[in-house]
Write a protein that binds this ligand. Structure first.
Ligand code: SF4
Ligand code: SF4
Ligand code: FES
Length: 901
């Protein structure tokens, strides 16, 4: 540690930091723009000026930029020095010469870093009275609005978009006072991480277009600490609600997972919460369709079905909370509960669970992935399946620059120096997938091979690292040489990382990844392993060790039965032709928040709450259980809305209509009944938790419309809803203190601290700027790696490769995931369905690029536009999972392809 002296006070700081970081980490305020904790320093804006003194006798000092000055021992600075203050105010005044003073109509207003910094510097009077420079704005697609006149030329946007996120279609044009940040011409921003511009830009140049459509000021929204359900990474999010609608999603800082950044699917895919066609009341099927009924009538109907003496089956879901799955299991009994995953998905997810549970290598956090220095991606298209991992892999590649700068004794935060020293040097990343991925540009080598070959490659890499790990017998010489080369790179690395997962649909690929990680572990315990799983709660549901969908449905097939389906569209799991006979005699009770193919088959629909209306727990791909909290009570605005958390519905069904349990009771029973979930209750403080004797507010304390939130319904404002399940209050009434050391980070709904209204307020909640949250980053691990264990390596199984065509699942960042795919802006960015063929195979079949190809799977034909590619593996037929018209299929299953009509 280093001791620095700031305005006569001593602080212990990290000498690797710059003075700006060091001061912010100690709770001191210095205004800044161009520096960002994730982007480092470039010294462009001159806003962070402080006085630096040579020693205690130096009374004059000199002006330095805090972000460009190391925090070395015995540094003496003044933030309060009048000359420094005047300098900083002058910088703001200069920035303001061209900035339109349009805060009242600017959507950034109220959470704007420029506003905060302007107030902080004391600049309050405009002295420039001449014409301002103006720009034309661009149309940037469905996510981002553009208002260039607000730009202060801090360069953060291009540094984030190009350097950090690897984007290529946003740039800076012009010079001097006429620099322009945008695209060469209007058009949709192509990066899957473009939404972070809305938080990275310190002004209102880039704002959230989905928010514009139903705008509310930050202080007028109600927030909740929440978890993105868009994939198994489980980024922490802060959804903002007004009038019973989610209005926007912002990043909620988590030091080990998402840090400062979300993907666009997570940020803009919330529209399904607000859909008008959602079931909001219990529905019972009648001759003319579904009819809404009262809650009591629906519960009585379900009770009669369950008491009918027919066999009962409860189908759980990897997109529902642990609590909901547990309550379904409790309702139907352990023997009648199924995971809701197909046999194939259950096998793949079970393999991941086994590897993480029994192996010596724990699942890597996103922050650890950032720091990897050699990576092998085996089969997984992470940008589409677990997108935040893809952004982390970009940082792993760029990490080379930091290693090189460290060698030259240049600190990490010197962003431009790092870029100059490294030029285009990247850490080695090898990507073996059937189809091109969105991160191929950072790869040292890409291999376009079929899943069997990917597994063979993986087993060969493990074998090259440790001969005790057996290689496939049928691997060819070229692939063996490549495997040796990759093994050498992984062996030479300090923090090697293996990335794989369920995406390519092959257990052998996942097992090969584990072999490599375990072989490396013998040589280097710092090895990292990251395994993607299909859905937000796949690992949580796998922990129930319940039977898979097919075997459970087969148990009731052909018999009159009662099947309770929890938040699961079975038509996305099994082809309709398979499902039809299995469900032919079933009477379905479906709990869901969307109308799906399965709800359409239901006799009773119980309207479930989405993440925004529910509290529950999800287990992410690391095995970390995290709690998400109810954002708002929809019934507060509309008494006819009868949505409930699925776990609460099931508790009522079980209790004969009476609600017996709150969340704490459910969790206590859960831990007692199923010891593998021990600790899950501690994912967040319970309902009785209080700070200074009061609950914690969901809404900002300056919420102006608190007493008019429901005035659109009736002028008399009822009391705000009581929350029986959590320590959070619905309104701004409650504890709102920011940055308190003892405030549990799990209960932080949004970032705000006095003087800090923008997302930069997260500084105030971190132990060190950019580090862990005070109190520790949220979540509890339900299992840990057995560091000393060395399980037997997996053996490659002989694969019968016929000559026929085999299905390979492909994924889209926009459209493959079920719920976000229901949001309009995500649909707008998603592609139409297609089939990918090897060009040689296609020619043999008489199919040219863009021709219609007829793909027949188990007698069911799909006509799709063909995309023919030279680099797609011979014999593979790639179908995009989850896109409209694509029926569920099993990876590796045979199919036939012919030219369509
Ligand atoms: S657009 Fe925003 S982030 Fe980019 S330079 Fe201008 S103010 Fe900075
Ligand atoms: S990476 Fe996954 S969890 Fe994170 S924001 Fe994107 S979809 Fe959500
Ligand atoms: S923040 Fe230091 S110069 Fe911009």
């Amino acid at each position: 540690m280093a001791t620095i002296h700031v305005d006569g006070n001593q602080f212990e700081v990290d000498p690797a930091d710059n003075l700006l970081q060091a001061c912010l980490s100690r709770g001191l305020d210095i205004p800044y723009f161009c520096w960002h904790p994730a982007l480092g320093s470039v010294g462009a804006c001159r806003q962070c000026a402080v006085k630096l003194y040579r020693d205690e006798n130096d009374k004059v000092g000199r002006m330095v930029m805090a972000c460009m000055t190391p925090a070395t021992d015995n540094t003496r600075i003044s933030i309060a020095d009048p000359e420094a203050q005047e300098f900083r105010e002058g910088i703001i005044a200069l920035l303001m010469t061209n900035h339109p003073h349009d805060c009242p109509v600017c959507e950034e207003g109220g959470h704007c870093h420029l506003q905060d910094m302007t107030v902080m510097t004391g600049h309050y009077r405009r002295q420039y009275h001449f014409t301002k420079r103006t720009h034309l704005n661009q149309e940037l697609g469905p996510f981002i609005a553009h208002e260039m006149n607000r730009c202060i030329a801090c360069y953060r946007c291009v540094r984030y978009y190009n350097d950090y996120a690897g984007g290529t279609d946003l740039g800076v044009f012009g010079s001097a006072a006429h620099v322009y940040f945008g695209r060469e011409q209007s058009g949709t921003l192509q990066s899957e991480f473009s939404g972070n511009l809305t938080e990275v830009c310190p002004t209102g140049v880039f704002t959230d277009k989905t928010h514009s459509q139903h705008y509310a000021r930050k202080w007028d929204m109600q927030f909740a600490p929440s978890i993105c359900a868009g994939c198994a990474v489980a980024c922490n999010i802060s959804p903002g609600e007004r009038y019973g609608e989610v209005r926007r999603i912002e990043n909620r800082y988590h030091g080990e997972i998402n840090g400062y950044f979300l993907c666009d699917r997570g940020r803009f895919g919330y529209g399904y919460v607000n859909r008008r066609d959602r079931p909001r009341m219990p529905l019972i099927k009648q001759d003319s369709g579904f009819a809404p009924v009262a809650t009591a009538a629906a519960l009585a109907h379900v009770a009669r079905l369950l008491a009918s003496g027919k066999p009962i089956l409860g189908i759980g879901s990897p997109r529902a909370s642990l609590e909901a799955n547990y309550m379904l299991r409790a309702l139907v009994g352990a023997g009648a509960f199924c995971s809701g995953m197909t046999r194939h998905d259950a096998e793949l997810t079970g393999t991941v669970l086994q590897i993480l549970h029994e192996g010596p290598v724990a699942a890597a956090t996103v922050r650890e992935i950032d720091a990897a220095d050699a990576v092998l991606v085996l089969g997984e298209d992470v940008l589409a399946t677990v997108p935040r991992v893809a952004l982390a892999l970009r940082q792993a590649a760029r990490g080379k620059s930091f290693d090189m700068t460290r060698e030259k004794k240049v600190p990490d935060w010197q962003a431009e120096s790092a870029a100059d020293i490294a030029q285009r040097e990247l850490n080695p990343i090898y990507i073996a997938t059937p189809a091109a991925t969105g991160i191929d540009d950072i790869a040292r080598q890409t291999l376009r091979i079929a899943p069997d070959a990917i597994a063979s490659l993986g087993f060969a890499v493990a074998n090259a690292l440790d001969p005790a790990a057996v290689a496939s017998s049928d691997i060819d010489e070229d692939l063996t040489l490549i495997a040796r080369h990759i093994a050498a790179a992984l062996r030479a690395a300090k923090r090697p990382l293996i990335v794989s997962g369920t995406g390519v649909g092959s257990s052998a690929v996942i097992q090969a990844a584990a072999n490599i990680a375990w072989a490396l572990h013998k040589l280097n315990p710092a090895v990292l392993l990251s395994l993607a799983v299909p859905e937000a709660n796949s690992l949580g549901v796998a922990l129930f060790a319940a039977p898979a969908l097919e075997e459970s449905l087969e148990r009731v097939a052909g018999r009159e039965s009662v099947v309770v389906v929890l938040e699961n569209d079975l038509e996305r799991r099994l082809p309709r032709a398979v499902l039809e006979p299995l469900l032919a005699h079933a009477r379905l009770v479906v709990l869901d928040h969307q109308m799906t193919g399965t709800t359409n088959r239901a006799e009773v629909i119980l309207p479930a709450a989405t993440f925004a209306e529910a509290t529950g727990t999800l287990v992410n791909m690391e095995g970390r259980a995290q709690r998400y909290f109810q954002n708002f009570d929809p019934a507060y605005y509309d008494r006819s809305i009868a949505t409930l958390e699925s776990w609460r519905w099931l508790g009522r069904v079980r209790g004969g209509g009476i609600e017996a349990e709150n969340l704490d009771d459910v969790l206590a029973d859960f831990e007692t009944d199923l010891p593998q979930f021990k600790g899950v209750a501690h994912a967040a403080p319970g309902a009785r938790f209080r700070m200074h004797g009061i609950g914690l507010a969901r809404a900002p304390h300056r919420q102006s419309g608190r007493t008019a939130a429901r005035a659109i319904v009736f002028v008399h404002e009822p009391r705000s809803t009581k929350d029986p399940d959590t320590a959070l209050t619905f309104s701004m009434e409650g504890y709102n203190g920011a940055g308190a050391e003892d405030r549990p980070p799990e209960l932080l709904p949004f970032a705000w601290a006095p003087g800090w209204n923008s997302p930069q307020a997260w500084n105030k909640f971190q132990t060190e700027v950019g580090g862990a949250l005070k109190g520790g980053d949220p979540g509890v691990f339900l299992f840990e790696a057995k560091k000393q264990a060395m399980p037997r390596y997996f053996s490659p199984t002989a694969v019968q490769r016929g000559d026929g065509l085999r299905l390979v699942p492909l994924y889209e960042h926009f459209g493959s995931e079920e719920l976000s795919g229901l949001a309009e802006p995500i649909r707008a960015r998603g592609p139409a369905s297609y089939v990918v063929l090897n060009r040689g195979d296609a020619q043999r079949l008489g199919i040219r690029d863009k021709d219609t190809a007829r793909v027949t799977i188990d007698g069911v034909a799909l006509d799709l536009p063909a995309s023919t590619r030279d680099d797609f593996p011979h014999g593979a037929v790639g179908l995009p999972v989850g896109l409209p018209g694509i029926e569920p299929f099993v990876a590796g299953a045979p199919c036939s392809v012919a030219k369509g009509g």
